[in-house]
Design a protein. Structure first.
Length: 640
């Protein structure tokens, strides 16, 4: 049975999708999947949208409100602009988006048809890349509730639409592209401070992608009030882990589902001052029909985590989904698999991976909510979340300055806020190493003081210990860096960034053969980390230091595929191909290096900051020889 209704319809489509997939189908699809999971789907969920259908390179989404549809569109376009900063124009994933409010026909399977959908689709087709086009009907509902300036495009004749439609356009602010002067300067600095930047970027880009223990402490739970008011006063990161369902058809397997539920409750409870409903209370919902909105009101939690466990043969599959108890919308969902033969290890790994993914999704959802609900009156926690969210965007001076600005605002409201102290410290370290902003000794001193201040009240703060390791590594004190990383891991064995940084530090200490275990552990704990390409480049670097050239090629190619704008993998790609006698591939890697920095030479590589470690330097000379074999010039013509 079908029914008519009024709805706000958003239609989005990737610009030049055929061209992008024709150039590199696998990479384009991988980048698109990442955008959907990290940006598009969570933003749609926060604004209460429903994806009617995916079209491969786009989507049709229904909203109850035009304002929500437009806000969602603008946040997606702004996020895409940030991620495209520094990416060559021919490789950028850009969207056109059309929004219309009108009459639609909803089929029994939830599909939408009719003129309302057709108009939104035609608006998308005439929109500029990165823009949002609204029909007059949508504009009338949104214009007084949005501060962004609209451009009146006048009446437009749309294909197969009987009457002309008046169209208005919004344009998201684009990030600095490859031609931006600051970006060009940044690339030169990235190359010449490579060793230090690699460690610093891991400290934030990876760390900021994992909002696990110690990141955002919500306010204490409110005193119990009337049932209908509990959700209103719920802490920011409040959650209940509902009993996972056993779908194996064998009641004897209930222990596995119950074990996952219990372990996840424990792991999420590690969030300082968090509000996680006890496992015994959550078990009272086992086997019952669940209304997540009612649970949110009853327990005073903003989110519920639910899922299922299925055993088929020797494979255990776990599905998990995070749901907003306010709207019933899915914020995040994923599937995880393990082997029955290693059940104990698989359970620990599954719990760690789900907990890591959840940390990021919870904070992302709450950051978007805060910006929507309190755009003009943020508190210290809102501002801190915005700062960390900004650090997950593409690396640029503008983004770092914006993040530091948020942290400074938060610290004016709460000078002792540990998350703002750590976020500002990490952002300043990257700003110095990547872009030469500030005095290095001052930056490291201030970061150390901030970490010591946090540790004085919370000696088990993994983020403060992580920051201490960043400072020690920046000073060439690798033993101290390793000690702080090991301390962080002892406190939180799921802290993926510490494992990755430990592997990189071991390489710098001349112990590359020991680096693989912690690096592989990081990838197991957080396989979808936005900065996993840096971890992959560290594995490549470890293989290169051991002259394992085939393995170095494998991992550097993975890293370059994850982020084609990353410079460092091409160093080892060129050296490995040089040693393996593959001139065509070596020349291609050298061309990439020279594209990032046209004047880069072997001598430039050798002049990069190096650990004062004889074994490391000997291995580094071997990499330099590989660069010579690959055809990288020894020095600039006319140089000394």
């Amino acid at each position: 049975m079908s029914e008519r209704k009024l709805a706000a319809i958003l239609v989005a489509d990737v610009v030049g999708f055929s061209r992008l997939t024709g150039a590199d189908e696998e990479l384009t699809l991988a980048r698109l999947r990442t955008l959907r999971s990290d940006l598009i789907d969570p933003t749609i969920a926060v604004h209460n949208g429903r994806v009617v259908k995916g079209t491969g390179d786009g989507a049709i989404v229904e909203f109850r409100s035009v304002v929500e549809a437009v806000r969602c569109a603008m946040e997606v376009q702004s996020g895409l602009a940030q991620r495209n900063a520094g990416v060559p124009a021919d490789r950028r994933i850009e969207f056109r988006i059309g929004v219309h409010s009108g009459d639609v026909v909803e089929e029994s399977d939830g599909d939408l048809m009719g003129n309302g959908v057709n108009v939104a689709a035609r608006l998308e087709g005439i929109c500029q890349p990165g823009g949002v086009c609204l029909s007059a009907a949508a504009y009338e509902q949104a214009r007084d509730k949005l501060r962004e300036p609209f451009v009146d495009l006048g009446e437009q004749s749309l294909k197969n639409i009987a009457r002309p439609v008046r169209v208005y356009m919004l344009k998201a602010g684009a990030g600095g592209g490859a031609s931006h002067p600051a970006t060009r300067k940044a690339r030169r600095l990235n190359v010449r401070d490579w060793a230090a930047i690699a460690a610093a970027i891991l400290a934030v880009l990876i760390a900021a992608s994992w909002f696990g223990p110690g990141v955002f402490a919500p306010p204490p739970p409110a005193t119990p009030v009337a049932l209908e008011d509990k959700l209103v006063s719920a802490p920011r990161l409040s959650i209940v882990v509902l009993p996972f369902a056993n779908l194996s058809g064998d009641p004897a397997q209930d222990y596995l589902a119950d074990g996952l539920t219990d372990d996840l409750t424990t792991d999420l409870s590690h969030l300082p001052n968090s509000f996680v409903i006890a496992h015994n209370t959550a078990l009272t919902y086992k086997g019952k029909a669940i209304d997540v909105k009612k649970i949110g009101r009853e327990l005073g939690v903003r989110y519920s985590l639910e899922g299922s466990v299925r055993r088929v043969g020797e494979t255990i599959t776990v599905n998990a989904q995070l749901i907003s108890t306010e709207t019933g919308a899915h914020v995040w969902a994923d599937r995880f698999e393990g082997e029955r033969s290693r059940l104990g290890e698989a359970q620990v790994e599954l719990v760690s991976r789900i907990a890591n993914a959840l940390g990021a999704q919870l904070v992302q959802a709450e950051s978007l909510r805060a910006m929507r609900e309190r755009p003009n009156n943020p508190d210290a926690v809102d501002l801190s979340m915005r700062g960390w969210a900004t650090l997950t965007k593409s690396l640029s001076p503008e983004n770092l300055n914006e993040a530091i600005g948020y942290f400074d605002q938060a610290l004016r409201l709460d000078p002792d806020d540990p998350q703002s102290l750590m976020g500002k410290a990490q952002a300043r370290v990257i700003d110095f190493y990547a872009f030469g902003v500030g005095d290095g000794s001052d930056v490291l001193r201030d970061a150390e003081q901030a970490a010591d201040h946090v540790l004085s009240s919370n000696p088990n703060s993994v983020w403060a210990l992580f920051t201490k390791s960043t400072v020690a590594r920046g000073r060439g004190q690798f033993d101290a860096a390793l000690a702080n990383l090991n301390a962080a891991i002892r406190i939180d064995q799921n802290f993926a960034p510490a494992y990755a940084d430990k592997g990189n530090t071991l390489v710098m200490m001349g112990r590359a053969d020991e680096a693989f275990q912690p690096l592989e552990q990081a990838l197991r704990l957080d396989p979808r980390a936005p900065g996993r390409n840096i971890w992959e480049s560290y594995i490549c670097n470890a293989h290169a230091h051991l002259a394992q050239w085939e393995k170095a090629l494998e991992w550097c190619e993975k890293s370059a595929a994850s982020n084609p704008s990353l410079f460092w993998p091409y160093i080892e790609l060129a050296a490995a191909n040089g040693w393996l006698g593959r001139p065509a591939q070596a020349s291609a890697a050298v061309a990439k290096i020279r594209k990032f920095n046209p004047g880069f030479t072997v001598q430039d590589y050798l002049s990069l900051p190096k650990p004062n470690n004889p074994k490391w330097r000997s291995e580094d000379q071997r990499i330099a020889e590989g660069l010579r074999k690959a055809g990288l010039p020894e020095r600039l013509a006319g140089g000394g």
